[in-house]
Ligand binder design. Structure first.
Ligand SMILES: O=C(CO)[C@@H](O)[C@H](O)COP(=O)(O)O
Length: 232
């Protein structure tokens, strides 16, 4: 197979994967209406695939996923190119440009995480799952403009000082990153679980915060958070 043909096969697979992963956002009730978006980097090219803007989840399909370059421009003449890409395309593009290790980005409006985002308070690290999956608290990024690369800058700047693969953008919601799109989506599910548990614990009293160092036996797993730390 020629390199060109291999690339076409890879893009076709990624279109199917990204379209399918959006059903996880509705399955786990992380979004309402057409909110939220997922993208995935094309292996071997400066391109990524993202959902179209404002399209119902049940209508998302491989052929209406949109292929973009790393500036967030739609690749003309490709399937789906007639539609506008997600309003968060510039944010995803900024993350791919500045974090070469990232292969997938997800954004949801999951309610417990959004509630923490409105407080501007990080989700405290109160469970061993959070230590393993986030390496500590889930931080809060700035209140950022929607539609340009402001959100992307906020994601990258905030995560630079953290092991977490997730950030709560102030008064907006969670954005997650991963080595691939599926991992970014899994992290989005875990963010909502962490936000819900931290909220419930706060209703019962003052939960004990865990430091990753104090619980070192459970951080021996080579999670994405620990490998993120090693690459910083
Ligand atoms: O919160 C936002 C805007 O940042 C998004 O989640 C939108 O609600 C979904 O927009 P599209 O991806 O459909 O353009």
């Amino acid at each position: 197979m020629t390199m060109r043909a291999e690339l076409e096969v890879g893009i076709a697979r990624l279109r199917a994967e990204i379209a399918g992963l959006h059903s996880e956002l509705t399955r786990y009730e992380l979004v309402v209406w057409t909110g939220g978006n997922i993208s995935g980097r094309v292996v071997g090219a400066d391109l990524f695939v993202i959902k179209p803007s404002g399209v119902s989840y049940e209508d998302l399909a491989p052929e209406n996923m949109i292929l973009c370059d790393l500036e967030g421009a739609v690749v003309p003449g490709t399937p789906g190119a007639a539609r506008a890409p997600s309003v968060d395309t510039a944010a995803h593009a900024y993350v791919y440009r500045t974090m070469p290790e990232v292969g997938g980005v997800a954004h949801t409006h999951s309610p417990y995480a959004v509630a923490w985002a409105t407080l501007g308070e990080p989700i405290p690290c109160v469970t061993t799952t959070m230590v393993a999956e986030f390496g500590g608290e889930i931080p809060v990024g700035p209140l950022a403009r929607i539609g340009d690369d402001s959100i992307g800058r906020g994601i990258v700047d905030t995560l630079a000082g953290h092991r977490s693969p997730a950030v709560l953008m102030q008064s907006h919601g969670p954005f997650t990153i991963g080595p691939d799109a599926r991992t970014a989506v899994k992290t989005a599910v875990l963010v909502e679980d962490a936000a819900r548990v931290a909220h419930l614990a706060r209703q019962l009293g003052e939960p004990r915060e865990l430091s990753p160092d104090a619980t070192s036996p459970i951080t021996t797993k080579k999670s994405y958070t620990t490998s993120r730390k090693e690459t910083q």
